[in-house]
Design a protein around this ligand. Structure first.
Ligand SMILES: [Fe+2]
Length: 120
């Protein structure tokens, strides 16, 4: 999967990443400011959890941006995966492995992949 064709997904992932980074900092600050040791431990645990989300989102974004990751969309007819391989061209064609669905991969004006159904 290359970053091309995933504009909305990447925007959402990056917004989530910003939120998680802010949450890590906020919980860290709250742990420093908490007078009660149990509350301090709770905020530290929450910060650790948010750090895991942060790391997971970074990894997911890197996978989406990696041109070696195949572009895979769900068949609108049966829901199975249609694999267009890594870094496909706009207009690449693919066939659903589970139903008669045939599709052309199209890049829409917003920068997202869409499927155009082709005649069987
Ligand atoms: Fe299908």
């Amino acid at each position: 999967m290359s970053a091309r064709g995933y504009a909305r997904d990447l925007a959402a992932l990056r917004a989530d990443l910003e939120f998680e980074i802010a949450a890590v900092k906020r919980y860290g600050r709250m742990a420093e400011e908490a007078g009660d040791p149990q509350l301090q431990a709770l905020f530290k645990e929450l910060s650790v959890g948010e750090t895991g989300h942060w790391r997971g989102l970074r990894r997911t974004i890197a996978t989406v941006e990696d041109s070696a990751t195949p572009v895979v969309l769900f068949c609108p007819l049966c829901g199975w995966q249609v694999d267009f391989g890594p870094d496909p061209a706009d207009g690449a064609t693919g066939k659903c492995p589970m139903c008669p669905g045939r599709f052309a991969l199209r890049l829409d004006a917003g920068g997202d992949w869409t499927l155009e159904r082709l005649a069987p």
